[in-house]
Design a protein around this ligand. Structure first.
Ligand code: FAD
Length: 262
């Protein structure tokens, strides 16, 4: 069985500056880490690997520095790391990102199961998993709470719906986006770190894809564009009011009108 896990490199801090002109995150000098939700995805894959004798591929799209998280994935039990890195993928919106990842998954080889995190802590759209599955033409399930059984051709899982937990059986190959309560991710293994320290990461770009039409990737393949992006204004200014409840309610109402909240 072949499992491919999509992992993304995200900033380790929420205090990342944004270049107001380009709308891009200023990532230089900012520490990065594996997107926390993707640790649950990787852990789930490694648990299935132990039970079902599977191979776990970790796939990311990003600049060369994203190799770091693939080396970390080796220390968490991944067998092979793959990096999609190409200037032609730069400036991708969600659709172009999903397109590149879906082509990357084909390039990795036959995947019986693809596992993504529920969402990222930087882009935070929670759309990539479903879009990859649509582009690959395979079924997908979001908010997966538990993988109950992996069979030869199907998988049984619990998914978290707004008012109930549903148990479903899906045909393989399929894509799952897993929630954070699905498991307790392990810590990186020092032993695996030593064994995999020289293990190569396999890289590819648009020219290697089955669909190598450059207009489908990066800015060219992005139907949406960020018009303006800016950090929300915040102030530490505080006001303290005194008075009885009627006076305070009146002041509060005036303030709400003054700030045009209503
Ligand atoms: C209109 C628009 C324009 C954008 N322009 C730019 C830009 O110019 N430059 C820029 O850097 N970003 C840009 N982005 C952000 C970029 O599109 C997102 O980083 C990307 O689409 C992933 O979306 P997300 O982070 O919301 O992932 P989510 O949908 O929240 O992630 C779900 C899961 O998908 C997987 N996943 C997501 N991204 C990756 C990845 N790269 N590699 C591996 N797995 C992944 C992970 O398993 C993750 O847990 C833009 C976004 C939009 C909406």
């Amino acid at each position: 069985m072949n499992i491919t896990v999509c992992i993304k490199q995200v900033p380790s801090t929420s205090e990342v500056e944004i270049d107001e002109k380009t709308g891009n995150l200023k990532r230089d000098g900012v520490d990065s880490k594996i997107n926390p939700y993707d640790l649950f995805a990787l852990e789930e894959a490694v648990r299935i690997k132990k039970k079902n004798n599977a191979t776990v591929n970790a796939l990311t799209m990003g600049p060369n520095q994203a190799e770091e998280i693939l080396h970390e994935a080796y220390c968490l039990g991944a067998d092979q790391g793959y990096l999609i890195t190409d200037r032609k993928c730069a400036g991708a919106d969600v659709l172009a990102t999903s397109k590149a990842l879906s082509e990357g998954i084909k390039k990795v080889g036959k995947s019986d199961l693809i596992i993504c995190g529920k969402q990222t802590t930087d882009g935070d759209t929670a759309q990539v998993g479903a879009e990859i599955a649509e582009l690959l033409g395979i079924p997908h399930a979001n908010n997966v709470l538990e993988i109950k059984e992996v069979k030869e051709d199907s998988i049984i899982l619990d998914i978290d719906l707004p008012t109930m937990v549903q148990t479903i059986e899906m045909q393989l190959p399929c894509l799952l986006s897993v929630d954070k309560d699905i498991n307790q991710p392990r810590l990186p293994s020092y032993k695996l770190k030593k064994v995999t320290k020289d293990k190569k990461i396999l890289s590819f770009g648009v020219a290697d894809f089955e669909d190598s039409d450059e207009s489908h990737y990066g800015m060219n393949g992005s139907p949406t564009q960020v018009v303006r992006i800016f950090p929300p204004e915040s102030t530490k200014e505080t006001e303290t009011w005194e008075g009885n409840s009627d006076e305070l309610a009146e002041k509060m109402a005036q303030k709400i009108l003054e700030l045009k909240i209503l």
